[in-house]
Design a protein around this ligand. Structure first.
Ligand code: C5P
Length: 225
């Protein structure tokens, strides 16, 4: 099967919209591969911070992106020998990622690496520009939305469960700032791509969102038979 015939479900949406959890479940249910593209930007932010690289230095960041030696295995994300899965999930790394991701050269350096995840029998890819740039020919494109307050509550709950000492007002402020930065930037801004399906998850739970995406995917498959 040619690579462009391998199905892709591309899922985008603002920070804390639940796209990670939803995408993982859909990929598991369908037996598809999974790409969490935000992880790549978080990894670059982590390496840059460890090396003292300024997050405004596009060229240095693009070099980090090109040389990134990362392996994904189950829940482990190995950078060199170290499992950094927990380290990159911090709010600081998320904010750093959003700054790193604003650089065109960084995005360009990651393009091929992301497309290489398109493997048989299919891929669920989540993150900004999955629908518009990385997989413009995706079989199904989804934009997940939820109010900033709902997203702050979800993130708060998630962090509390991990035992983190967090404050909901700070999380809400972070989410608003990240939304503004992600929406206003000139390179790959956060916006719904033209032919994607909009799902407002404010009043839906994870299972309902997962089922809706799978329903839409099945509908497309049936039409294409
Ligand atoms: O999804 P996650 O919170 O891990 O992404 C961190 C940041 O990386 C986002 O705020 C966004 O700015 C950036 N990002 C991106 N393009 C992607 C995935 C993430 O610009 N495909």
């Amino acid at each position: 099967m040619g690579i462009n015939n391998i199905p892709v479900i591309a899922i985008d949406g603002p920070s804390a919209s639940g796209k990670g959890t939803v995408a993982q479940q859909v990929s598991r249910n369908l037996g598809f591969h999974y790409l969490d593209s935000g992880t790549l930007y978080r990894l670059i932010a982590l390496v840059a911070t460890q090396r003292g690289v300024n997050l405004a230095d596009e060229e240095a960041l693009a070099n980090i992106a090109k040389q990134l030696r990362v392996t994904f295995k189950d829940k482990e994300i190995r950078l060199g020998g170290e499992d950094v899965a927990d380290l990159i999930r911090t709010e600081a790394c998320g904010n750093g990622a959003s700054r790193v991701a604003a650089h065109f050269q960084v995005r360009k350096a990651l393009l091929g690496r992301q497309r290489a995840f398109r493997l048989d029998p299919g891929l669920v890819a989540e993150g900004r520009d999955m629908c518009s740039v990385v997989f413009p020919d995706a079989t199904l494109k989804i934009f997940l939305a939820a109010s900033a307050e709902t997203r702050a509550q979800r993130r708060y709950k998630q962090l509390m469960e991990k035992g983190a000492d967090v404050n909901i007002a700070t999380i809400l402020q972070d989410i608003r700032e990240r939304d503004a930065r992600d929406s206003d930037r000139s390179v790959a801004p956060l916006k719904q791509s033209a032919n994607s399906s909009f799902i407002d998850t404010t009043l839906l739970n994870i299972t309902e969102v997962v089922n809706e995406i799978q329903r839409q995917y099945t509908e497309i498959c049936v039409k294409n038979v």
